[in-house]
Design a binder for this molecule. Structure first.
Ligand code: GLN
Length: 446
């Protein structure tokens, strides 16, 4: 059935880059047999899943939506892929994205853009656009995305689905092709909050293969979904509902706060004073890390190699010129510049310091409040092609998701109404490793 829906709809949506129909059918048959034999059932038994194409899958092409990796077949599974198999889900295929997860509209895919299922003229958001659009279009029961500066939450918001970015370190990054290692996190995209809790339960946990994996106890996320938010203290940052945020988006968030108030929660306005520096800080740090992480793509080790190079340097040069798209090159240049000697202190080191200030903003608010709420993005989805000429306006769309990434704390985007037929997303931000409260509030509102 999943493949039938994909066949009917994906011509228009463009969410998938690679399908794995034969293997998926074999898995489904094996699960059938298991069911008949009365064997144990995994947590995600029989659920059809799509995986973002920067998460490696043994024997299944993994491109990061880049021409560089257009022929790359990994020989191992990412830890999350393994966990999905272990939980008895059925992997359908790999999902479209912005090249190497750099972008916020999916227009940076080197294959084809993804379209928003609610209106095909509009972008689905990015970089996990395929992950969000496929769930919204019913082309997967749930999906995995990755979030470095908003790439799960922003597309979830644009597509009207639930997207969770876990605390940095909660979900293993082993087998996630690195963009900015100090920010990257894998998380679930689902239709509702309960499903999000199920998937998180299946993929969270310590992994010795990831040196930044946190060794913490994993709570029972399902039991957190009590519906009870009585006495909950909500902080609403004034920077998240001020200038630059669409009035109609703000209105939806205010309506949602009223609903939570009706359920017994209380909210107050607070300030996260360093918010205005977050975008600049993020693009410096993320690009610096990317320039270093992407150095491994040299035409020798992975993917496509340039033809007839005149010498080794020329091989590197030509492979990288041909393999990477324009946005990836822009970030590598920016990052290399920021890390180069003489500029390091002025840019990279400075940005690290501002990152600490941004994190402190959150620490201070969480001393008094249980949760922070605001919009996920300043606007609803925009028209395909309307922002491609101006990377800076594109970068500014991330203003409300980036601070959370820099602070490393968890946040979920859930649907909270429509403006002109396009979904609005509300962002619920929690303390480090307190996904339970984030999910509880999201579930109560839903
Ligand atoms: N839009 C942001 C960027 O382009 C976020 C990307 C992400 O989270 N992977 O970097």
């Amino acid at each position: 059935q999943a493949f039938k829906t994909i066949q009917e709809r994906d011509d228009r949506v463009g969410a998938y880059l690679t399908l794995d129909e034969e293997k998926a059918r074999a898995t489904a048959r094996r699960l059938d047999d298991q069911l008949i034999a009365g064997g144990d059932r995994g947590l995600l038994f029989g659920l059809p899943v799509g995986i973002k194409d920067n998460i490696v899958t043994d024997g299944l092409r993994t491109t990061c939506a880049s021409q560089f990796l257009s022929n790359f077949n990994p020989v191992y599974d990412a830890t999350v892929t393994k966990k999905l198999r272990h939980a008895d889900s059925v992997i359908l295929g790999k999902l479209n994205m912005d090249e190497f997860a750099m972008g916020g509209s999916n227009e940076n895919s080197s294959f084809h853009p993804v379209r928003n299922p609610w209106n095909l003229e509009y972008v689905p958001g990015g970089s996990s656009g395929g992950s969000a659009a496929s769930v919204a279009a019913g082309e997967a029961y749930f999906t995995l995305g990755s979030d470095t500066g908003g790439s799960i939450r922003q597309p979830a918001s644009y597509c009207g689905v639930v997207g969770l970015k876990p605390t940095y370190g909660l979900v293993s990054r082993f087998g996630l092709v690195a963009f900015a290692s100090s920010l990257d996190q894998i998380g679930p995209v689902t239709k509702n909050v309960e499903d999000s809790a199920y998937v998180l339960q299946a993929i969270a946990g310590y992994d010795s293969m990831d040196s930044t994996s946190a060794n913490v106890d994993i709570p029972d996320y399902l039991s957190a979904l009590t519906g009870d938010v009585k006495g909950l203290r909500i902080a609403v940052p004034k920077e998240y509902i001020g200038e630059g945020v669409d009035a109609s988006v703000k209105e939806k968030i205010m309506d949602a706060l009223k609903v939570l108030e009706g359920l017994g929660a209380v909210w107050e306005e607070v300030s996260l004073p360093h918010t205005e520096y977050a975008v600049a800080t993020y693009y410096l740090l993320a690009s610096s890390e990317a320039s270093s992480n992407l150095a491994r793509f040299d035409g020798v080790r992975y993917g496509v190699r340039a033809n007839n190079p005149s010498n080794l340097l020329d091989l590197y040069h030509e492979s990288r010129s041909q393999g990477f798209g324009p946005e990836v090159k822009r970030r590598i240049m920016l990052g290399t510049y920021a890390l180069s000697s003489g500029y390091y202190d002025a840019y990279y080191l400075k940005a690290q310091k501002v990152r600490t200030l941004i994190k402190r903003d959150f620490d201070q608010v969480f001393e008094k409040y249980d949760i922070i709420i605001g919009p996920t993005a300043p606007t609803t989805a925009f028209k395909l092609g309307s922002q491609v000429d101006n990377p800076l306006t594109m970068y500014l769309n991330d203003i409300l998701t980036i601070p959370v990434s820099l602070a490393g704390v968890p946040a979920v985007s859930i649907p909270c109404g429509f403006v002109d037929g396009l979904p609005v997303g509300m962002q619920i931000i929690g303390k480090s490793f307190d996904e339970s409260t984030v999910l509880r509030v999201a579930h109560a509102f839903e």
